[in-house]
Design a protein around this ligand. Structure first.
Ligand SMILES: Nc1ncnc2c1ncn2[C@@H]1O[C@H](COP(=O)(O)OP(=O)(O)OP(=O)(O)O)[C@@H](O)[C@H]1O
Ligand SMILES: [Mg+2]
Length: 279
């Protein structure tokens, strides 16, 4: 998005969809939020909870509406968090008939293919475009349609910890064609996370380097929990006016705070998409 001229020079279309996947608590959501606050474009975020409604057709309408807003505000990033909870896989849902997940999936596939094209163009010029009109006035709709045609800079970023549940059609080139693995942090990353999590905590003789070495397999969320536990322990032991957290508090917390991922789970994530992992 920052270097569109490079794509024009190379004659390639910029990426439209990016899928972040990895174990829970490894900063997928945090990463996208950080990217959103540091880039100079509009940011829209949707999760499964925003889409679901007891009324038939409402979820699809809501998703189409979000895409429409993203196009109107382009250049923009549209973030679909926990995308596995929003959509099903057509092959997995085959037994349960046409579920709401499947209908939302088909809207998403259409919208991703149709980015930058007008509503009437996407749905056939003779058809009415009732689905995503909502309660907007006709004038407003015309204006939005015009903006849709003009603005093509919408990047869809999705995050999931169950990429194996997603429909293959979503992952084909042209849709989510950049698939990025967000792994559990290595020793250096764990040290940085510990530094961030303890930046406001008074520490007394704590070796964060040592803790980083001892927390193999911990996710960012686990490390955050470890720091919180150590601080609570210090308060418990030394009273509410405890001066600082020391290394012993961390070691004691390590007995109760365990990594949330087993070796087997880590291997599961590492082996997914091993052929097209871009990380
Ligand atoms: N690298 C990191 N640096 C700082 N904080 C982190 C890091 N990784 C995780 N955290 C902390 O862990 C918590 C969980 O992170 P986040 O919600 O981004 O994980 P996630 O990958 O989206 O998990 P899920 O798949 O369950 O949605 C956040 O509160 C975040 O502050
Ligand atoms: Mg998340």
């Amino acid at each position: 998005m920052m270097f569109p001229e490079a794509f024009v020079r190379m004659g390639v279309k910029p990426t439209r969809g990016i899928l972040l996947y990895g174990p829970p608590g490894c900063a997928k959501t945090t990463l996208v939020k950080a990217a959103a606050s540091s880039c100079r474009c509009s940011f829209l975020s949707v999760s499964g909870a925003d889409l679901f409604s007891p009324f038939v057709g409402d979820s699809e309408k809501a998703l189409a509406q979000v895409f429409r807003q993203a196009r109107a505000a382009a250049p923009s990033i549209l973030f679909l968090d926990e995308i596995d909870s929003m959509l099903g896989s057509r092959s997995l849902d085959a037994t349960s008939g046409r579920s709401v997940h499947e209908r939302v999936l088909s809207v998403l596939l259409n919208e991703m293919d149709g980015i930058g094209r007008s509503v009437t163009e996407r749905r056939g010029s003779g058809q009415k475009t009732l689905e995503c009109e909502g309660e907007q006035s006709e004038g407003q709709t015309k204006k939005l349609e015009f903006q849709e045609v003009c603005n093509k800079d919408v990047i869809v970023v999705a995050a999931t910890n169950r990429p194996d549940l997603l429909d293959d059609a979503l992952l084909r080139p042209g849709r989510f064609d950049q698939i990025i693995f967000v792994p559990t942090p290595d020793k250096e990353a764990r040290l940085s996370i510990l530094r961030i999590c303890t930046s406001k905590t008074p520490l007394d003789d704590v070796s964060l380097e040592e803790l980083a070495a001892e927390t193999v397999g911990f996710t960012g969320a686990d490390l955050q929990n470890l720091c919180k536990e150590a601080a609570l322990l210090a308060l418990q032991e030394n009273g509410l006016d405890a001066a600082a957290v020391n290394h012993r508090h961390f070691l004691k917390s390590l007995q109760s705070v365990k990594p949330s991922l087993s070796q087997q789970q880590m291997e599961f994530y590492q082996n997914l998409f091993s052929t097209n992992d871009l990380s």
